[in-house]
Structures are given as structure tokens and as C-alpha cells.
Design a protein. Structure first.
Length: 89
């Protein structure tokens, strides 16, 4: 809800989640933003995959505690905002 101009769609069966990140002015995949978010997430302890295609992909462990999943979601939200601010002129 916080980044409707940046998130094209969210997909995922179960805990394998893919977020498609777009450039707000063109709707094209935002590879730079997605890869920046993924790399920063890893630095902050949330494992994500760098795809080089404008997708954020991650899969938490099947036995993840609900509180840990919420904490990871909060970290991703903060990182998303930080990265958007950093790359937006």
C-alpha cells in the first residue's frame, strides 16, 4: 500500500514470494531498485535473491515463527522506502 507506483504485482504460492518492481514513469521493470533492495535486505539479515530482472524473490523457512515473518516484512518495508529515496532524484 505504501509504494503503489513502484510495485506492479505480488505473486507467490505459500511462502515463495515474488514482488515485481516497476519504474513509476514507464512501468518498465526497475532492476536497479529491486537489486538494491535485495542486497540491502541480505545485509540486514533477510535473505532475498538478486534476479537482475526487476523482481524481488524470497522464501522464508517453512518453520518460520509468525513474529519473525512480521519482523522480516517490516525490515523489507523500511529498506524499500530507503532505496526509493536514495535512487529518486
Amino acid at each position: 500500500d505504501q509504494f503503489p507506483d513502484r510495485i506492479l504485482s505480488i505473486h507467490g504460492p505459500g511462502l515463495f514470494i515474488s514482488i515485481h518492481v516497476q519504474q513509476p514513469d514507464t512501468g518498465e521493470p526497475d532492476i536497479e531498485l529491486a537489486d538494491s533492495i535485495a542486497m540491502e535486505a541480505v545485509r540486514r539479515g533477510v535473505v532475498m535473491f538478486v534476479t537482475g530482472k526487476g523482481f524481488l524473490k524470497f522464501t522464508p523457512p517453512l518453520g518460520i515463527e509468525p513474529t519473525a515473518a512480521l519482523e522480516a516484512a517490516e525490515v523489507i518495508k523500511v529498506i524499500f522506502g530507503d532505496c526509493v529515496q536514495r535512487i529518486t532524484p
